[in-house]
Design a protein around this ligand. Structure first.
Ligand SMILES: Nc1ncnc2c1ncn2[C@@H]1O[C@H](COP(=O)(O)OP(=O)(O)OP(=O)(O)O)[C@@H](O)[C@H]1O
Ligand SMILES: [Mg+2]
Length: 396
């Protein structure tokens, strides 16, 4: 793919939340640091600790490990299919109640990463299929994806301002004026997909909650786009629930559904809601999915002495205990361990190294509970720890 103008080693467009179309374009073009070329181990080991070449190599390994890889987990694949289908079904649909999707999940389960991965891929495919739409001499910018990360207690007007800022339209004036400009710009830019990240930041006060709901409904009706939202506890947000009996049906990624309380709001009639949950080891499928993610992260390591597939085959249950099945915890633990393995010279991620890393407060609390439970039934935990997982990595 063509590099963006002015790209350089010191730019990190993928690391900050994009707030404008230019930042989003930079994210679409962003490639994480490439895997560094490692000289043979004896050459590396013979280098002096203060050798500039060794320092440079390890610095580039740290950069590489700090990004590691993003995994196309089953959840990412599931939502990619859902969103692609929605986009196709909505593309030429008449104005009105176009169906959108709300992805609801606890903190750090990977919601923002997932929607950005999918939005980025959608735009990359468009760039490949319709290069003329992105030509610099095209009249007006083509912006197929709008990504807005909401800030806390956001009001309807602030949502419109955020879209206006993203599309480079003036943000002054009344809400009506800005709304009007935003709708004109969304149409002129050919925007197909609007992503609202952290929708739980909508102001939930009685008056504003209602207004936010009306505003999202207004955008869903008037903007010729598919709207995808993410958030925590969205079922209780003003988007879906006004309190009281007979509410919408929620359906999670495993296909179970259950009614919730509260009368249906107008946005509830326009959005489906699906849950994104942490990895669970309560079924063979769940174990296979978890082991598969560990495998893809472990395969990316650039360490000299790491025993291939040792995390995948031996430490998969420990990794789940440590991280509570959270992709954020897993990614952070492997990244930190890799940096430490380079710095300490062990060149392998071992149980000792992982034990020495302190993860987030939430993950450490959850792990402490697991350890307590395990110490109560140590016999059981010993046999579980050594149990062989189903082969997700192609091994027998
Ligand atoms: N598909 C993935 N592959 C690898 N790592 C991932 C993936 N998804 C998320 N992560 C890791 O988890 C971290 C947290 O993910 P993310 O910010 O997307 O979670 P979130 O659900 O949006 O959290 P919050 O609710 O706090 O906004 C990321 O910074 C990344 O390290
Ligand atoms: Mg997020």
């Amino acid at each position: 793919m063509m590099a963006p103008p002015g790209d350089s080693e010191c730019l990190h467009p993928g690391l900050a939340e994009p707030r404008t179309k230019e930042e989003w374009f930079a994210y679409v073009f962003y490639e994480p640091p490439p895997r560094p070329h490692l000289p043979p181990y004896d050459v590396y080991a013979a280098m002096d600790k203060d050798d500039a070449e060794r320092r440079r190599l390890n610095r580039s390994r740290n950069r590489y490990h700090s990004a590691l890889v993003l995994a196309w987990t089953p959840a990412v694949q599931h939502f990619e299919t859902e969103i692609t289908e929605l986009l196709a079904a909505n593309e030429m649909a008449p104005p009105g109640a176009r169906l959108g999707l709300l992805i609801d999940g606890p903190p750090t389960v990977g919601k923002s990463t997932l929607v950005k991965m999918i939005g980025r891929k959608f735009e990359q495919d468009l760039r490949e299929d319709f290069p003329e739409r992105f030509a610099p001499d095209r009249l007006g910018a083509y912006v197929p994806v709008v990504y807005v990360s909401l800030t806390d207690q956001v009001t309807p007007k602030q949502i419109s301002i955020a879209i206006a800022r993203y599309l480079n339209v003036p943000t002054s004036g009344t809400k009506d004026t800005i709304d009007d400009r935003v709708l004109t710009a969304l149409t002129a830019c050919g925007t197909q997909l609007i992503i609202f990240d952290d929708l739980h930041f909508l102001d939930c006060s009685l008056k504003e909650g209602r207004a936010s709901n009306d505003h999202i409904k207004f955008l869903a009706n008037h903007a010729p786009c598919t709207i995808i939202g993410t958030g925590v506890d969205l079922e209780d947000s003003p988007l879906l629930s006004e309190g009281g009996p007979a509410g919408p049906v929620k359906r999670n990624t495993r296909g179970k559904s259950s009614p919730s309380s509260g009368p249906r709001t107008q946005t509830a009639g326009r959005f489906s809601r699906q849950e994104l949950a942490p990895f669970a080891l309560d079924s063979d499928t769940g174990i296979l999915q978890w082991v598969g993610v560990i495998n893809s992260l472990e395969n990316a390591l650039a360490l000299y002495r790491h025993e291939s597939k040792s995390l995948t085959r031996r430490h998969w249950r420990y990794l789940h205990d440590r991280t509570n099945g959270s992709i954020a915890g897993l990614h952070a633990l492997i990244r930190r361990s890799a940096v430490r393995a380079v710095q300490q010279g062990t060149e392998a991620i071992t149980r000792e190294i992982m034990d020495s890393i302190v993860l987030s407060y939430a993950h450490e609390r959850a792990y402490a509970r697991v350890v307590e439970l395990q110490s109560r039934s140590s016999a059981k935990s010993g046999s579980e720890q050594n149990k062989k997982p189903p082969a997700a990595d192609g091994s027998a």
